[in-house]
Design a protein around this ligand. Structure first.
Ligand SMILES: Cc1ncc(COP(=O)(O)O)c(C=O)c1O
Length: 379
C-alpha cells in the first residue's frame, strides 16, 4: 500500500524535517561543539546568539530565555508590572500571550481587532484607564500591528508598549523590524516559528540598557552576581545547545522568509476571489508565519482539504477571552465581535519555505474543486 503522503503534490503543514535536512551539517556540528564544550547553560553560544539576534532586529540588546511565554512575563516583570495592574492585549492570539500576562499576576484586558486580525489602536485608545500599565500588541501571522499609530496613542497616555513578536521574526513596519519598536519585543523560538530551534526557546529585545540589565537578572533567579540576588526572578534561560542551533538558522532567516513570501504570492494568484486572502498593508513587510484564508464555509472546506490529505489548522478556534482559563475575567460571547467572527471563518493553509509550486497549486485545486462542487459558495 502506498503511504497516503507519498504523493509529492501533497504538502506538509510546516516543513520541519525539510528544514533540518537543509541545515543538517551545520546543526549537527553545532550540537557536537556544545556537547564537547562541557558548558551547557549561559555561555558563549547564548551570548553570541543574543548579539547576532539583537543586530538582526536592529536593537542594542537581546536576552535569551526559555520560551515566548516567559519572554512576555519577563518583559512585564522588568517594568514591575504585577497584581492590580492591567495589560491591554488582543484575544485574537495564541493563549500564551495572555498566559505571560497572567504569570505576573496582572490582568489581561482584551480589545477587538481590525480587518487584518490585528490590534486596533483606536480601540486601545478607548480602553486605556488608570490601571493600564502596558499595551501588548501581537504581530499575528507574520504581519505587524499599525505600530506608528499605536505608539502615538500609548505615548499620549505614557503607557509602555511591549511587542509580542513571537510570530513575526523579520517582519517590518515602515522599515522598522518587529521587536524594535516598543520598549521591549518578545520572541518565541518554538520549532515551527519562522526562526525556531529544536525544543523551546525565547528572547526579549530592547534598546534600554537598564531594562536589559534587569532582564539578565530576572531570567536567572534575580541573580546580580553569583549568589547575590537583587530581585525575585525566575529560571528562564535559553540553553547553549538551542542558542547554537538558532545561530545556524538565523543565517537563513531572510532567505526563508523570502520563500514564504513566494508561497504567499502563489496562493494569492490562485485563491483571489475564491476565499478571503491575507492583505499585506502598504506599511508592512509580511513574513507569513501562517497563511490564513477566510470563508463562511470554513468547517466544510477544512474537512474537504483533510479528506484530500492537505493538512490545515485553525489559529485559533476559541478566542482567548472565551477560554475557560480566563472565565474569571467575565468576558462573554459577543464582547469582541470581529475576533469571534474571525475565529469562526479562518483557516491556515500549509506554509513553509520548502513548499513547492506544485504543492501550493495542489492545495488551491482542492479548494477550487470544493467551491465548484455542491459544498457551498465562495465568500
Ligand atoms: C503570538 C504568540 N505569543 C506567544 C507565544 C508563546 O511562545 P512559546 O510557545 O515559545 O511559549 C506564541 C507561541 O505559540 C505565539 O504564537
Amino acid at each position: 500500500m502506498p503511504k497516503l503522503d507519498a504523493n509529492p503534490r501533497v504538502p506538509g503543514f510546516s516543513g520541519l524535517l525539510d528544514q533540518y535536512q537543509t541545515v543538517k551539517t551545520d546543526v549537527d556540528r553545532a550540537a557536537t561543539r556544545v556537547l564537547e564544550s562541557g558548558w551547557y547553560v549561559l555561555g558563549k553560544e547564548v551570548k553570541g546568539f543574543e548579539e547576532e539576534f539583537a543586530a538582526y532586529v536592529e536593537v542594542s540588546y537581546c536576552v535569551g530565555c526559555a520560551s515566548g511565554t516567559e519572554a512576555i512575563a519577563l518583559a512585564l516583570m522588568a517594568l514591575d508590572i504585577g497584581p492590580g495592574d492591567e495589560v491591554i492585549t488582543v484575544a485574537m492570539t495564541a493563549v500564551p500571550t495572555a498566559t505571560g500576562i497572567a504569570m505576573t499576576g496582572a490582568t489581561p484586558v482584551f480589545v477587538d481587532i481590525d480587518d487584518n486580525y490585528l490590534m486596533d489602536p483606536e480601540v486601545v485608545l478607548a480602553k486605556i484607564g488608570p490601571r493600564t500599565k502596558a499595551i501588548l500588541p501581537v504581530h499575528l501571522y507574520g504581519q505587524t500591528v499599525a505600530m506608528q499609530r499605536l505608539l502615538e496613542v500609548a505615548a499620549k497616555h505614557g503607557v509602555p508598549v511591549i511587542e509580542d513578536a513571537c510570530q513575526a521574526h523579520g517582519a517590518q513596519h515602515r522599515g522598522l523590524k518587529a521587536g524594535s519598536m516598543g520598549v521591549m519585543g518578545c520572541f518565541s523560538f518554538y520549532p515551527t516559528k519562522n526562526l525556531g530551534c529544536y525544543g523551546d526557546g525565547g528572547a526579549v529585545t530592547t534598546n534600554n540598557k537598564r531594562l536589559y540589565q534587569k532582564l539578565l537578572m530576572l531570567r536567572n533567579y534575580g541573580q546580580e552576581i553569583r549568589y547575590i540576588h537583587s530581585s525575585n526572578g525566575i529560571n528562564s534561560r535559553l540553553d547553549e545547545i538551542q542558542a547554537a542551533f538558532l545561530r545556524v538558522h538565523l543565517k537563513y532567516l531572510d532567505q526563508w522568509n523570502g520563500k514564504r513570501r513566494q508561497v504567499a504570492d502563489w496562493y494569492k494568484k490562485y485563491l483571489s476571489g475564491v476565499v478571503g486572502i491575507p492583505v499585506e498593508h502598504a506599511d508592512n513587510h509580511h513574513v507569513y508565519h501562517l497563511y490564513v484564508v477566510e470563508t463562511d464555509q470554513r468547517d466544510a472546506l477544512m474537512d474537504y482539504l483533510t479528506k484530500n490529505n492537505v493538512s490545515c489548522l485553525i489559529h485559533y478556534p476559541i478566542p482567548v477571552h472565551l477560554q475557560k482559563c480566563f472565565a474569571a475575567l467575565g468576558y462573554k460571547q459577543g464582547d469582541l465581535p470581529h475576533t469571534e467572527k474571525a475565529a469562526r471563518s479562518i483557516l491556515s493553509l500549509p506554509m513553509h519555505p520548502w513548499l513547492t509550486h506544485d504543492q501550493a497549486s495542489y492545495t488551491c485545486e482542492i479548494i477550487h474543486e470544493f467551491f465548484k462542487g455542491s459544498h457551498g459558495v465562495a465568500l
